[in-house]
Design a protein around this ligand. Structure first.
Ligand code: ADP
Ligand code: ADP
Length: 231
């Protein structure tokens, strides 16, 4: 089964009331059907307000669509109770946002170990998490930065730690929102190259929102959104 499949997904947000006081809605996703397979990096492009972040939020099981279905590794998300959704969010899906939001007090290694702790690792598992953290830091080219805190890292390095952290719980699906928004052109390219590389090395199904069409050739596939519809 694909790591993610959406079928006819629609999402409406409440949007105040009309002149007669009836509730209004804005349609952010309009019958979106998309499949993401492992080992394939997909670029998601489209103008601001076209629904890209909404699609990521639905794929991450952070919001339930108004209608349609979402399947994660063959399991229907729309039918699962909240506690199973939480497990899928932690175990199946890694997320990377524009701003690396690392914790100021923690070293790179500790940021990664904390992700394992939050996902339930204790005792011996935490010990294994330290080893995995160091391996992942190496995979993202940050082997010497395990003991550094965020203020001792450059913007590009912080985003690398952020990406390594997203991989801590061994996800199949990697959802990335504008990872290069805070970086200059050269560092943006190296972060996008890293994401492509990790996608292939770990067999991730990755979906990367980018406004920078310059980097689309680094991906395997490109889909674009307009007015909530997938083109
Ligand atoms: P993009 O990521 O492509 O900029 P979004 O998914 O953020 O697009 O937004 C899609 C549409 O949904 C836009 O019209 C936006 O104004 C609207 N929208 C997004 N989030 C909310 C929200 N929380 N409440 C109401 N409307 C929203
Ligand atoms: P990146 O392309 O990852 O943003 P930079 O060009 O900013 O990297 O940094 C180049 C090198 O300089 C890094 O590998 C790092 O070792 C070092 N470096 C950059 N900023 C800092 C900092 N604030 N503290 C310590 N070392 C730094």
């Amino acid at each position: 089964a694909p790591a993610l499949r959406t079928r006819d997904v629609c999402l409406e947000y409440p949007d105040g009331t009309d002149a007669e006081g009836r509730p209004r809605t804005v349609r952010a996703l309009d019958h979106v059907s998309l499949e993401l397979r492992r080992g394939v990096m997909t670029a998601l492009i489209g103008p601001s307000g076209s629904g890209k972040s909404s699609l990521l939020a639905v794929a991450a099981a952070l919001i339930k669509p108004t209608s349609g279905s979402v399947f994660v590794a063959g399991q229907s998300l729309t039918e699962l109770p909240e506690k199973d959704l939480a497990r899928i969010r932690r175990g199946h899906t890694g997320m990377v946002f524009q701003q690396p939001n690392l914790l100021a007090a923690l070293t790179s290694r500790e940021q990664l170990v904390l992700a394992a702790h939050v996902a339930g690792a204790r005792g011996k598992e935490l010990h294994a998490a330290r080893t995995r953290a160091d391996e992942l830091l190496e995979q993202v080219g940050m082997v010497d930065c395990g003991d550094r805190r965020p203020h001792q890292l450059s913007g590009g390095q912080r985003q690398r730690v952020n990406i390594a952290r997203a991989l801590m719980n061994d996800p199949q699906l990697l959802l990335v929102d504008e990872p290069t928004a805070a970086l200059d052109q050269e560092r943006s390219r190296s972060v996008m190259e890293l994401l492509a590389d990790l996608t292939h090395r770990f067999g991730l199904a990755s979906l990367v929102v980018t406004h920078d069409t310059e980097f689309v050739p680094l991906t395997d596939r490109c889909v674009s959104m307009e007015d909530g519809r997938l083109q």
